[in-house]
Design a protein around this ligand. Structure first.
Ligand SMILES: C[S@@+](CC[C@H](N)C(=O)[O-])C[C@H]1O[C@@H](n2cnc3c(N)ncnc32)[C@H](O)[C@@H]1O
Length: 280
């Protein structure tokens, strides 16, 4: 996997845009929310346009103009041609730059863009929205409106090839053996509304979880749910917000045992800010 770091320090994986595009469960959910939101003549911004697919959905839905913002030069190189091949070059304006800082040429009616990772630990949805909201008209709609983060206790495979891996793990649909076994209910610990300014937002929560069966737990699972402005919602898919398992030492548990999980991090600032612990 190639990891590219540009001079401003942001990174993107070369293949992530491809995964997003081919993740039809995710992309069709976004298409439906965009179709239900964008009205004829709207001015739209697409934050982190990638393949340009969401920008094109906005034009399909009736947008008069879409500002497609992208930082990654590999993506920028292909976007011009993609929009031309599809006949959208007169409706979509490519803006090369950092969406957390870029100035838009005019105010917009609708904000679209997917820079979301599980729990809003990684990626840049919050700083991107904080900047773009400056260019939102008074009644502007934010398609990805809210994101809820949840936690539960699980048993997750951490032995592979005869070795134990005490590291952050993922449940990715289609990857055999990556699904956890739930040992408690899922409890929501944060709900972020992207249509308002969220400056330096810190998560610092203690969550009480009750185990509902006997066994051994070895992970704290973070999951998320996205709420669109048309009232629909979406949990996760192969390239979007899939569950994260934070490793803990093995704990033998009994039905009814109570635990308190403490979790803290700064939104969209990466795992470097994440701290967590579990206590009986
Ligand atoms: C998860 S992909 C989504 C791509 C596409 N919008 C989609 O939904 O299929 C996020 C995109 O944001 C871009 N990106 C990441 N950081 C950015 C930044 N600071 N400014 C602009 N674009 C950024 C990445 O290069 C990538 O194309």
């Amino acid at each position: 996997m190639e990891k590219k770091i540009d001079e401003e320090g942001y990174w993107a994986m070369t293949e992530s845009v491809f995964y997003c595009l081919f993740d039809q469960k995710r992309t069709k959910a976004f298409r439906s929310a965009i179709k239900n939101t964008v009205k004829k003549g709207d001015i739209v911004v697409d934050m982190g346009t990638g393949s340009g697919v969401l920008a094109m959905f906005a034009v399909e839905a009736g947008a008069e103009r879409v500002y497609a913002v992208e930082l990654d030069r590999n993506n920028i190189k292909t976007l011009d041609e993609i929009f031309k091949i599809n006949g959208y070059q007169d409706k979509i304006v490519i803006l090369e730059g950092d969406v957390t800082k870029i100035k838009l040429p005019e105010k917009v009616d609708v904000v679209i863009g997917e820079m979301i990772a599980t729990g809003l630990i990684e990626e840049l949805q919050v700083p991107a929205m904080n900047n773009i909201l400056k260019y939102a008209k008074k009644d502007a709609k934010v398609v990805l409106k809210e994101y809820e983060s949840c936690v539960d206790l699980v048993s997750h495979r951490d032995y592979l090839y005869g070795h134990k891996f005490k590291m952050v793990r993922y449940e990715i649909p289609g990857i055999a053996g990556s699904k956890s076994i739930a040992f408690s209910d899922k409890i929501a610990y944060s709900k972020i509304n992207f249509s308002v300014f969220n400056k330096d937002k810190k998560i610092s929560e203690k969550i009480r979880l009750v185990v509902h069966k006997d066994g051994i737990i070895n992970g704290i699972r973070i999951t998320g749910k996205t709420f669109f402005c048309d009232g629909s919602d979406f949990d996760y898919s192969v390239a979007y917000s899939f569950p994260i398992i934070l490793p803990i030492d093995d704990i033998k548990v009994k039905n009814g045992d109570e635990f308190v999980v403490s979790i803290s991090y700064t939104l969209c600032s990466g795992f470097k800010t994440l701290k967590y612990s579990i206590k009986k």
